[in-house]
Write a protein that binds this ligand. Structure first.
Ligand SMILES: O=C(O)C(=O)C[C@]1(C(=O)O)C=C[C@@H](O)C=C1
Length: 85
């Protein structure tokens, strides 16, 4: 591979690494918000789960990202629920 290509790939990877850091930070922020909601609901006698809300979230991801988006949403929700200890 040419030196130019190697440099380009390194720069693009730096961009990806920066984006991944943001995605991770956003996921952490999301999990914290989700935990607040779940704790609040449970303190008030409700359950941890809000199934209808989850269906809307999965649908939103699916509309934008297809079947993989739906799977990603399910994983994000699992992580968010798991954070509510
Ligand atoms: O929106 C809520 O009611 C939440 O509790 C948050 C959240 C989520 O992480 O998006 C988590 C658990 C529920 O089952 C539904 C959604």
């Amino acid at each position: 591979m040419s030196g130019e290509a190697t440099e380009s790939i390194a720069a693009w990877r730096a961009g990806i690494d920066a984006l991944d850091e943001k995605v991770i930070a956003l996921l952490e922020e999301r999990m914290a918000l989700s935990r607040q909601i779940q704790h609040s609901r449970m303190r008030n006698g409700g359950s941890r789960l809000a199934a209808a809300r989850e269906r809307r979230i999965v649908q939103r991801y699916a509309d934008r990202l297809g079947d993989d988006g739906a799977r990603l949403a399910a994983l994000v929700l699992t992580m968010s629920r798991g954070a509510a200890v």
